[in-house]
Design a protein around this ligand. Sequence first.
Ligand SMILES: Nc1ncnc2c1ncn2[C@@H]1O[C@H](COP(=O)(O)OP(=O)(O)OP(=O)(O)O)[C@@H](O)[C@H]1O
Length: 234
Amino acid sequence: MAVPLIVSGVSKSFTMHLRGGVRIPVVDAVHFSIETGQCAVLSGPSGVGKSSILKMLYGNYAVDVGQILIRHNGTLIDLARAEPRQVMAVRRDTIGYVSQFLRAVPRVSALDVAAEPLVQRGADPDTARRRAADLFARLNLPEKLWDLPPATFSGGEQQRVNIARGFITDHPILLLDEPTASLDAANRAVVVAMIGEKKADGVALLGIFHDADLREAVADRIIEVTGFAPQKAA
Ligand SMILES: Nc1ncnc2c1ncn2[C@@H]1O[C@H](COP(=O)(O)OP(=O)(O)OP(=O)(O)O)[C@@H](O)[C@H]1O
């Protein structure tokens, strides 16, 4: 099967406008690809740019240099140069993303937050909510919370809503940014099983997992991120 995602020579700096436009280089000429049915894990010290790479792959951060080639509805597109409309289409059909923190929308229930990606793909809202409820039950999210907006939920409860939202669709690529950081051992084990099912379905996963045991449990391949070499003092 064709490779679903190829990252080629991608670099990124941040420009700090409030500090006189100083540029901070973060990601330096990264190359890798991910495979269907496997979970690749970005590894490296804190601050080396792992989350920034995931955010570029989801179109949240602009790419300075390089290509992000994505197989989207049968064609290869360069996400690094894609129009916003194409980025939205890639998010709807091709790339799912479990971010570190849930962006809670006021007055929208947890069930609707988790069901939304399926509804955006044309699913019937009641069917999508039932699928979200199945995932909540599996992730042991207390049923009394399902109809409430997640803004006031605990970190671990919000993270489970975020996981259900990311896993609800059958996107061929799934990005996971520390999806289990606030979870207890029992719920971490549920997520490990859910990752295994995605692999069996032929999904290509790319994740960041700080917990070494968890990394060991899910990773088929480790991609070491080295970042920029430290500047020598003059
Ligand atoms: N939006 C931003 N504006 C400015 N600097 C940023 C921004 N996002 C990330 N950075 C900086 O880029 C560097 C890499 O951050 P990133 O979160 O990608 O690292 P990481 O390897 O995922 O770290 P950790 O393992 O601690 O989560 C950090 O120095 C961070 O401060």
